[in-house]
Design a protein around this ligand. Structure first.
Ligand SMILES: [Zn+2]
Length: 257
């Protein structure tokens, strides 16, 4: 599934449209609010932001929200910033287009094309994002520790909760826990101040590395690993896999405590 890192890659790509005017739009009405096309036509794009896993296209009117669901992706000016997601098929069918924004003649590729085979994603106008926690790149150790101290659920589940930290998904949570040496099933309240600090340090560093490499599938706990489960690249112990926080979780029982 697309995580905050994928949203950040798409946000960066869509920035090229800042200053352009939306000349026309198409939307799959099943995934957008009523009247969407007439609401966005002739708007000028002023900025492109990200809030957690959501990309926000600011205009001189309402803000357009792109919510990627499980298989959503973005193509900008006819080229895809992330060519193929490991969790999506390599195909690209026109019938999967959920949103098209043109900023020029209709015979040119759309400036922004939101393609989503499984249609779990959606498009919004002025989305309410007040429930989101601090972003994964800026959350502080004290903010994280304050939330963890009140949670008896696993740290894996807590980190996946977008109200706690916005932007983290399944792969990135496994990745930062692996680097921080913290077991995913540990109760949030048992995570020490020192561990919360280490977790935030690791999160900022490793997420930047994965962003440069191309997204949430480029970590050490790689999704390809999930089929075969080789050994931990740090200590050679066999990696383990279980459902934690309702998600398939991979970790090393030797160095994650
Ligand atoms: Zn290990």
């Amino acid at each position: 599934m697309p995580e905050g890192l994928e949203a950040e890659i798409w946000r960066t790509a869509i920035e090229v449209t800042v200053g352009r005017t939306i000349t026309d739009a198409y939307v799959d009405e099943r995934v957008a609010p009523p009247g969407f096309v007439s609401a966005v036509r002739d708007l000028r794009i002023t900025a492109v932001r990200r809030a957690g896993k959501v990309v926000l296209i600011d205009t001189d009117g309402p803000t357009i929200g792109l919510h990627f669901g499980m298989t959503g992706r973005v193509v900008v000016d006819g080229s895809a910033p992330i060519e193929r997601l490991s969790y999506a098929s390599g195909r690209d069918e026109a019938e999967w287009n959920r949103l098209l924004l043109w900023t020029g003649p209709p015979d040119r590729p759309a400036a922004v094309r939101f393609n989503d085979p499984r249609r779990f994603g959606h498009v919004s106008l002025d989305p309410d994002l007040s429930g989101l926690g601090p972003d994964m790149f800026v959350v502080t150790p004290s903010e994280l520790r304050a939330v963890l101290a009140r949670r008896r659920t696993s740290i894996k589940a807590v980190l996946l909760d977008q109200h706690v930290v916005a932007g983290l998904g399944n792969l990135c949570v496994d990745e930062v826990l692996w680097w921080a040496g913290i077991a995913p099933h540990r109760a949030g309240e048992n995570v020490t101040v020192e561990e919360a600090r280490r977790l935030v340090t690791v999160m900022r560093r490793r997420l930047r590395v994965m962003l440069r490499r191309g997204g949430s599938t480029t970590g050490v706990i790689d999704p390809r690993v999930r089929a075969e489960l080789p050994h931990c690249s740090r200590d050679g112990a066999p990696l383990r896999r279980a459902q934690i926080g309702n998600r398939t979780t991979v970790w090393c029982a030797a160095h994650q405590r």
